[in-house]
Design a protein around this ligand. Structure first.
Ligand code: PLP
Length: 361
């Protein structure tokens, strides 16, 4: 099967919706079916479709019962969890990540929890799940809701269960660059009917909302195509895993490029292949490495967004003090990132060029 593709089956789904004439998802049969099919596929008790993952994170923070000014623990490598907290005027508080996995480090949670903390948003970054047993245990002890940002992690698994079903609420993105792509859309899964109710009240209102509502709905055309794409998403993920394997192979003998370490019992879905440049310890500067990449025509992002989420202007302006996450600050400028979508043959070629660039140093 090819990566992301739309065919006759998707067209028929659109035609079915247009002939029915109902495009809004309120009581929409396609959206209801999409939610039920997604929940069944992930092994989640409940699901609610939504316009995108950011909206899903916002709704999940509200479902946690957090009030304006409360704190939400987030991880610092990407901005999305922090923004989700800020949308509800909560304060993002930063738990550092583990150097090998790039994922929230539960050992650091005791340093950042306070009596104002209401939730933890864990990013299942690049396509791998964090140490959810430890995070859930800590959350239970402190009565916190666990929200999983699974924008990178559809079908990532942890002890046989899928990302999104490990905490209390899981949020997925179907934005175009993701492994299941619907242009812009998202899905949320949850265990509690009460959480779903709160999130639905935020997502849909006609005249006067039951609570501060945002009309974050998906629409029936997107849901209908989503039902088709869901039947292909597992294969899209497999294709990404195949592409990522080329990069892992290219750096296997290089001591100064350390790929994100996949942990025992967790299936990494490789939405993104990520590694850390440690060349400085071997007398190779980042500039030298970047030059070698250009010389060999390697498509590889060096440094991602440069600084942790809390040092980005869109977030820093709302924080009283600048937090300090030592591991995140080490990792950020050294992250090497490649998408894995598209044709594995092209990734194989890019990975060969990467191996040649490494060899040249
Ligand atoms: C980790 C993560 N969370 C959330 C989002 C937001 O997704 P969406 O575009 O569906 O709002 C993204 C988008 O790139 C993401 O990478």
């Amino acid at each position: 099967m090819k990566y992301h593709h739309f065919d006759e089956e998707d067209l028929q789904a659109c035609q079915r919706v247009l002939e029915r004439g109902q495009l809004c998802s309120i009581n929409g049969p396609e959206t209801q079916a999409f939610e039920a099919e997604f929940a069944a596929e992930m092994g989640a008790p409940l699901a609610m479709a939504i316009c995108n993952a950011m909206a899903g994170l916002h709704c999940a923070v509200v479902a946690s019962g957090a009030q304006f000014g409360d704190e939400v623990i987030v991880d610092p490598l990407v901005v999305f969890a922090s923004l989700g907290a800020l949308y509800h005027r909560c304060i993002p508080v930063y738990c550092d990540v583990d150097r090998e996995t790039h994922l929230m480090d539960p050992a650091k949670l005791p340093d950042v929890v306070t009596d104002r903390t209401r939730a933890i948003i864990v990013t299942q970054l690049w396509g791998m799940c964090a140490d959810m047993d430890a995070i859930n245990a800590f959350a239970r002890e402190h009565d916190l809701l666990v929200i999983e940002d699974c924008a990178h992690a559809i079908y990532a698994s942890y002890d046989g269960r899928y990302a999104g079903t490990l905490g209390d609420i899981g949020v997925y993105s179907f934005q175009q660059s993701k492994q299941m792509a619907l242009g812009d859309a998202g899905m949320t899964v949850m265990k509690s009917a009460e959480h779903r109710q709160i999130m639905e009240e935020m997502t849909t209102f006609g005249t006067v909302p039951a609570r501060l509502g945002w009309n974050y709905r998906i629409n029936e055309l997107v849901s209908a195509v989503g039902r088709v794409q869901l039947t292909r998403a597992r294969e899209y993920v497999r294709i990404c895993q195949e592409s990522a394997a080329h990069y892992n192979e290219a750096v296997a003998d290089c001591e100064w490029i350390v790929p994100q370490v996949a942990q025992e019992g967790r299936e990494h879905t490789y939405h993104i292949w990520a590694a850390v440049f440690e060349g400085e310890d071997y007398g190779i500067s980042r500039d030298q490495f970047s030059e070698a990449l250009s010389r060999h025509g390697v498509a590889l992002n060096v440094g991602y967004i440069g600084r942790p989420a809390y040092a980005q202007d869109c977030i820093a302006q709302f924080l009283d003090d600048e937090p300090h996450c030592e591991v995140a600050e080490y990792l950020m400028p050294r992250l090497l990132i490649s998408g894995t979508g598209g044709d594995p043959a092209q990734h194989a070629e890019n990975a060969e060029k990467l191996a040649a660039a490494i060899e040249s140093l």
